[in-house]
Design a protein around this ligand. Sequence first.
Ligand code: NAD
Length: 370
Amino acid sequence: MAATKKILMLPGDGIGPEVMTEVRRVADWLSDKRGLGFEIEEALVGGAAIDAEGAPVSDATVAKAMAADAVLLGAVGGEKWDSLPFAQKPERGLLRLRKDMELFANLRPALVFDPLVEASSLKPELVSGLDIMIVRELTGGIYFGDPRGIEDMPDGQRRGINTQVYTTSEIRRVAAVAFELARKRSNRVCSVEKSNVMESGVLWREEVTKLHGEQYSDVELSHMYADNCAMQLVRRPKQFDVIVTDNLFGDILSDEAAMMTGSLGMLPSASLGGADASGRRKALYEPVHGSAPDITGQGIANPLATLLSFAMMLRYSFDLGAEAGMVEQAAQNVLARGLRTADIAQEGTTRVSTQEMGRALLEELHHSVV
Ligand code: NAD
């Protein structure tokens, strides 16, 4: 029996609980059939936590998240809580978790499933088989640097200021995440900055190169300016394996890459923190989409983004690459059978509900072990 893996599930609001139910089924199946020893606990976050516990995330839930081996979150937010002051909104629950868990590396895969290749904004031959991982630095850079603000100038103009700041340790820790991920993938990292015009970019390139030489020389490292990377992503996206970049460039490039894969209902993500002495990293996995209030309660939400986020958890938090691959392959097979939730429906495919999609994925998993 494998060592127990503690998972905290936070379904949240809107379609969050609907899609999480399907993940729970798959997690229970894997735990049972593969002897993985998951210990799964659920708690509230977002509007659901405001209603029941008076805060978008309670101290007790934060403590559970800190103690868990990995956290899976559905989505937060909804009209009911829109008029609350900013500091009390459902989104604050997610922001507090990210802050308290010190999640500095955001992982956004751009993975194209062949049956959905037509949904991409690029030509099929460019994206067929695409599998990129963008690692975005999440807690530093220009979104957080000082000085910042808007000031009045003596000549009557106003000036808006933001500052791009990175320290050696901030660069090294996110680069280390990228190198380690690359070792579990195709072993290539492309580091992206603008060292041609920004000193923070010069430091970024120097530190990534230094760390590579010290600890990761088995991984192939290349460097690219961010503007060129934006072009290359639409010109020849399959040249990339892992891209590591700062907060601002990562924000933009990860959305650009997401468009290659079609639907919001298919996009998983992960946010990782520092490793402790045993190598365990704090980690929060979540779909990129929100709570989708327009379809909540209709049973038509696509559960695949959350299921694929769970697969990322298996691979990156638990080193269960084979099981992660099984879930990803099952998703691919279900799509190849022509089953589609409404968001990814195409002509000639069969429309299924959230539950039917989850059930079909479980069937595929069954077949894969028979
Ligand atoms: P959204 O992602 O919830 O929805 C955008 C559109 O995509 C909607 O038409 C929705 O029906 C569709 N969609 C999203 N996920 C889908 C899925 N799994 N299956 C099928 N269709 C899906 O974004 P929004 O409408 O801008 O925001 C709605 C609420 O979600 C807001 O309260 C917002 O603050 C919140 N939000 C939360 C997160 C998060 O929890 N991380 C992220 C984004 C938005």
